[in-house]
Design a binder for this molecule. Structure first.
Ligand code: S3P
Length: 445
């Protein structure tokens, strides 16, 4: 776990203003390096997120014999020399996913297709997260998965080979599960299908066709993949838009701090990632999309966020998967909004990098908020935050950033312990936050 790292945050000294180039999308960066590694040919990727999670995925492929040339010092551009679907080499090293659930769950699908055995593990937080959701389907496809708790907990040893196509009916709305099965499906003997209880982010489905592998979504939302037997490196580079999950922190901060006016440049607006903006707009947030366009198969826009008085709302459960990573930031908004915010059907938050319902509730309570936890969500009654407290982000990047946002409107500074995990998804959060005027710094800086 990414323990250590203390942030000192808030209150803001004035309005937040400026234009921010938020870094690349984490989900897409994982997928781009995976598909490029498994393709025949060389793929260039720009706008890659150089966070620890994505670097862990890239390192796994390097460990299995893929050559990656970094084209820029900041590791946002790279050239991946793909080895083809069957070109990965076994390693005796334990493949290390660090803090990243996306890395380990999608790689379970990739490793299930290999004719050799691999062992994957991760940090203390990842070792507590459930893996049965990916172990079960790849076992049904014919792979062997061994690990703690019957293969539910890391480390996992995955031995694959020829896989059978399956029809997977996922019990949980999870893009990681769907993507794991689709990636294993590249190695299967026929058409693999996945259906999910609610639609989830579809970056895998959008990116596979760029590598020559069609994916079909039928009228019932079932995803079909008939493997063509190979992936081909696209001629044009892959460009990755800015990450809406990172942009949310600044949009919420701008909404909360009086007089603020912030522009977030060319952020991904995929509807299956956009729940945060629907929820924030529903709370009274003043968001406007400008310069709308497309990057590859993904929609993007400049997001303009201004201060607006926020009020509570009852979150529509249909929006939950589309905002699943943004609830820490939205909880911060709710704790400072007028009236009641109610979230339900969001039990998945309890198995993220931390139990995000419990950890946010502890932190917000310490800061003076009125929040009641439910097994599947929370009720937050907004008001002032007194701050002048010490909270524990418990090694969860999004909790640390959400509390830094909440602190902008608290009466006094909030000390946020165990915030170093910010480096997993948003290494430049602090300097970018400072660039728009947020009052946040690393202790000792
Ligand atoms: C992700 C899917 C989501 C999300 C995670 C990234 C992905 O997880 O929380 O940060 O890239 O597929 P689940 O699939 O577990 O909901």
């Amino acid at each position: 776990m990414n323990i250590g790292g203390r942030l000192l945050a808030g209150p803001a000294k004035g309005p937040l203003r400026g234009r921010v180039n938020v870094p690349g999308d984490k989900s897409m960066s994982h997928r781009a390096v995976m598909l490029a590694s498994l393709a025949d040919g060389v793929t260039e990727i720009h706008g890659f997120l150089p966070g620890e999670d994505n670097l862990a995925t890239a390192q796994m492929f390097v460990d299995m014999g893929v050559r990656i040339d970094w084209l820029s010092e900041d590791k946002t551009s790279l050239r991946v020399h793909g080895v083809g679907l069957h070109g990965l080499k076994p390693t005796t090293k334990v493949l290390d996913a660090g803090n990243s659930g996306t890395c380990v769950r999608l790689m379970t699908g990739v490793l299930a297709g290999q004719s050799f055995a691999s062992t994957v593990s991760g940090d203390a937080s990842l070792c507590k997260r459930p893996m049965k959701r990916v172990a079960d389907p790849v076992r049904r496809m014919g792979a062997s998965v061994e690990g703690q708790d019957g293969g539910n907990l890391l480390p996992l040893t995955i031995r694959g080979g020829r896989l059978k196509a399956i029809h997977h009916v996922s019990e949980v709305a999870s893009a990681q599960v769907k993507s794991c099965v689709l990636l294993a499906g590249l190695y299967a003997d026929g058409e693999t299908t996945v259906s999910e209880p609610r639609p989830t982010r579809d970056h895998t489905e959008r990116m596979l066709p760029l590598f020559g592998q069609p994916v079909h979504v039928d009228a019932d939302g079932v995803i079909h993949l008939k493997p063509t037997g190979r992936l081909t490196a696209p001629e044009a580079p892959i460009h990755i838009p800015a990450d809406p999950s990172s942009a949310t922190f600044f949009a919420v901060a701008a909404s909360l701090v009086k007089g603020s006016d912030v522009m977030l440049a060319q952020v991904g607006t995929n509807p299956l990632r956009n729940g945060w903006s629907r929820i924030l707009a529903g709370m009274g947030g003043a968001l406007e999309l400008r310069s709308e366009g497309k990057v590859g198969e993904e929609s993007v826009a400049d997001i303009h966020a201004e201060y607006a008085p926020l009020h509570g709302l009852q979150v529509n459960p249909a929006d939950v998967p589309d905002a699943i990573d943004e609830f820490p930031a939205l909880f911060a908004a709710a704790s400072l909004a007028d009236g009641e915010f109610l979230l339900s059907e969001a039990e998945e938050l309890r198995v993220k990098e931390s139990d995000r319902i419990a950890v946010m509730a502890r932190a917000l309570l310490a800061a003076g908020a009125d929040i009641e936890e439910y097994p599947d969500g929370a009720r937050i009654t907004g008001g002032r935050l007194k701050g002048a407290c010490r909270v524990d982000a418990e090694g969860d990047h999004r909790i640390a950033m959400a509390m830094a946002v909440a602190a902008q409107c608290s009466n006094a500074e909030i000390v946020i312990d165990n915030a170093a995990a910010i480096a997993t998804s948003f290494p430049d959060f602090v300097p970018l936050a400072q660039s728009i005027g947020m009052n946040v710094r690393w202790d000792g800086e």
